[in-house]
Design a protein around this ligand. Structure first.
Ligand code: HEC
Length: 212
C-alpha cells in the first residue's frame, strides 16, 4: 500500500534545512507529550514522520510572507495543525479549498440522503468520507487569509474540527449500528461547525468587486 503522501506525486527530494529543523522540533514535541497520537490511542513514530514530511512540503509551497507567519506560530498552534492533519489521509496536488469544500458539501448531502432513506451504509460511508476530506494543495492555511494566520485566530479551528469531523465520525458509528435517530441528531452539530467556521474564515461566496 502506498503512503497517503505518495499520492501527491511531486514530492521534493531535498528540503531546506530550515523547514526540516522546524518541523522536526514540532514532531519531537508531539512525540514527547503524545498529543496527536494519544488522541488516536497509539503512538506511531512512522505516522509522525510522514506528517512532518507533508508539513515540510506544504511550507515549501507557500510564499515567503505566509511562511513567515506560519513560522511565528506558537508550538501549541503548530501541534493543533498537526493534530488536524493527522486525521486525514487524502491529499491533493491541485484542488483548492473551494473545490474541496464543494466535495464536502456533496458528501454532507449524501450523508443526509442516507439518513432520510434509512440507508445506513450510505449515511456511514458519506460521513466517513466527509470526516476524511481531501487536504487542498498547500494545506488549509493558504486559503484562510494572512490576517488569520496567528495563534488567536487559529485556536478556533480546534472546535470547528471537533464539531465537523468529530461528529461526522460519531454519526458514521451510529449509522453503522443502525441507530438513525442518533445519526440524525448529529447533523445539526455538524452544520453548526460548517457555518461557524465560515463565519470566521470566509465571507459571502462569489461576491463581485464590480458592484458598488
Ligand atoms: C475550517 C473551517 C471550515 C469548516 C469547518 C468548513 N468550511 Fe467550508 N469553507 C471554508 C473556507 C475558508 C471557505 C472559502 C474558501 C475559499 O474561497 O478559498 C469555505 C467555502 C465553502 C463553500 C463555498 C465554495 C465556493 O464555491 O466558494 C462551501 C459550499 C462549503 N465551504 C461547505 C462546507 C460544508 C458543507 C462544511 C461542513 C460539513 C464546511 N464547509 C466546513 C472553511 C470551512
Amino acid at each position: 500500500m502506498s503512503s497517503p503522501h505518495s499520492q501527491t506525486g511531486k514530492f521534493p527530494k531535498l528540503l531546506p534545512a530550515i523547514c526540516g529543523k522546524y518541523f522536526t522540533a514540532i514532531a519531537a514535541a508531539m512525540l514527547i507529550n503524545g498529543s496527536v497520537v494519544a488522541a488516536e490511542g497509539k503512538p506511531n513514530p512512522e505516522k509522525m514522520q510522514e506528517l512532518q514530511k507533508i508539513m515540510q512540503h506544504q511550507m515549501m509551497q507557500m510564499k515567503p510572507e505566509l511562511q513567515a507567519k506560519v513560522k511565528a506560530l506558537s508550538p501549541k498552534t503548530k501541534q493543533l495543525l498537526m493534530k488536524i492533519l493527522a486525521q486525514h489521509s487524502r491529499y491533493s496536488d491541485t484542488a483548492t479549498l473551494r473545490q474541496v469544500m464543494t466535495e464536502v458539501l456533496a458528501d454532507y448531502q449524501s450523508m443526509v440522503s442516507g439518513i432520510m432513506t434509512d440507508n445506513n451504509e450510505q449515511a456511514a460511508d458519506s460521513a466517513r468520507r466527509l470526516a476524511n476530506h481531501r487536504i487542498p494543495v498547500g494545506g488549509l492555511l493558504p486559503y484562510l487569509g494572512l490576517e488569520n494566520i496567528n495563534d488567536e485566530r487559529l485556536a478556533i479551528l480546534s472546535g470547528f474540527n471537533d464539531s465537523v469531523e468529530g461528529n461526522a465520525k460519531k454519526l458514521a458509528a451510529a449509522a453503522d449500528a443502525g441507530d438513525m435517530t442518533t445519526a440524525a441528531s448529529l447533523v445539526g452539530s455538524i452544520s453548526t461547525g460548517c457555518v461557524s467556521c465560515h463565519a470566521v474564515f470566509r465571507g459571502q461566496p462569489g461576491r463581485s468587486n464590480l458592484l458598488r
